[in-house]
Design a binder for this molecule. Sequence first.
Ligand code: OAD
Length: 249
Amino acid sequence: MIPPEAVRAVRDAPSVVVLTGAGVSAESGVPTFRDAARGLWAKYDPTRLATPEAFEADPELVSRWYDWRRERVAACAPNPGHHASAEMERWLTSMRRGFTLLTQNVDRLHHAAGSRAIVELHGSIWIWRCLGCGTEREDRSMPFAEYPPRCADCGGIRRPGVVWFGEALPHAALDAAERAMRGCGIFLSVGTSSLVYPAAGYARQAHARGIPTLEINAEPTPISPMVTWSIQGKSGEVLPELLRLAMEA
Ligand code: OAD
């Protein structure tokens, strides 16, 4: 049950900020971080592979792992939660309201669903950066010809353009998120365990500034007691329903 006040808050907000996490992609078949990795890679701990130290120690292993993740994601399609986010952006933008999607996800399924105002807080597995010349470009070729993949320009080793544990988030993403938060009239946190900062801090920032906050998650999280409304459910079901109600209200 979505509280009518939450529906009205989405309908009336001058600007909406939506933060998404792995739970939004889960219904597309992309495993969340806190799920155990299945199959070939089950024996590897993501928190140990997704680090600069792991890549330094074994760039072949880490780039093979990311190539496996890219192949997994390439087989996944956006789900109704992704489509509802894109539709909400189009609807609000058509009414000259603000909309920003902050995502922790690196799969670009939001892009595939048609979202445009996206801030990739943790980068993307489709972006690869050369450690030699710094060239950064989207690379959807699969599988890689060699591990680690090499730069076509300088022959340097390329790494995934994602934020690894222990690394700072891209300044441009942080700046864009802060700009979005300044004008925010309602903050939605969807499909995230709200454990990893700074992403997990935006809901607290909104709450501290008296901005209505709405959480949609399959299970309670540390922000559930704090937010204005906490809805326990699947993003692929609740987000489309929230959008339908807001558009009809
Ligand atoms: P998590 O795996 O930590 O949390 C996913 C959340 O989504 C969990 O709370 C699930 O209960 C919930 N969930 C699962 N299926 C859902 C569904 N269908 N609808 C709604 N909720 C659902 O993933 P994140 O919170 O995204 O950081 O993890 C945050 C960051 O931790 C990741 O971006 C990654 C990791 O360290 C980096 O890689 C830097």
